[in-house]
Design a protein around this ligand. Structure first.
Ligand code: 4NP
Length: 154
């Protein structure tokens, strides 16, 4: 059976993309398809390499009854384009930086919000600046469910 490797990417890899990594993993496990999905996350900047995820991301995951442990921030690597089936960018800057590194791969490399075209959002707002981890969670969660549907896993 096909398994999918999914990489979430943001700028710092401490707020948005770790949320994606842990939310999608949770939703896949909940749907009984945890063995079909491997999730990771990375940042375009490397500014927080080696750190844990942001306290706000830890808190919202815990509030939702989701795991938030064992995370270490890291930077996107050149080999990621070959390793992953999907690389999901949180905003246009992330996508631009990734396309500079990897070239254009519209089938595997696109914005997370492309999965939820009716959401009214064209990017996932960054709670590092907005302070609104709930808004980010809602988007990341609906996009994760949309990805599971797209892959015919729910
Ligand atoms: P993230 O948020 O890209 O969602 O992890 C940010 C985290 C840190 C910084 C910017 C955005 N920073 O400037 O350090």
């Amino acid at each position: 059976m096909k398994t999918y490797r999914i990489l979430f990417v943001c700028l710092g890899n401490i707020c948005r993309s770790p949320m994606g990594e842990f939310v999608l993993r949770h939703r896949a496990e909940e749907a009984g398809v945890g063995h079909r999905i491997h999730t990771d996350s990375a940042g375009t900047s490397g500014w927080h390499d080696g750190e844990n995820m942001h306290q706000g991301t830890q808190q919202i995951l815990a509030q939702q009854g989701m795991d938030n442990t064992g995370f270490t921030s890291s930077k996107v690597k050149r080999s990621d384009i070959d390793h992953y089936d999907y690389i999901l960018a949180m905003d246009d800057n992330n996508l631009r930086d990734l396309e500079k590194l990897f070239g254009k791969h519209p089938e595997k490399l696109f914005k997370l919000t492309d999965l939820i075209p009716d959401s009214g959002y064209d990017h996932v707002p960054d709670p590092w600046y907005t302070g609104d981890f709930d808004e980010t969670f809602r988007l990341v969660d609906s996009a994760s469910m949309a990805l599971l549907k797209k892959l015919d896993l729910v």
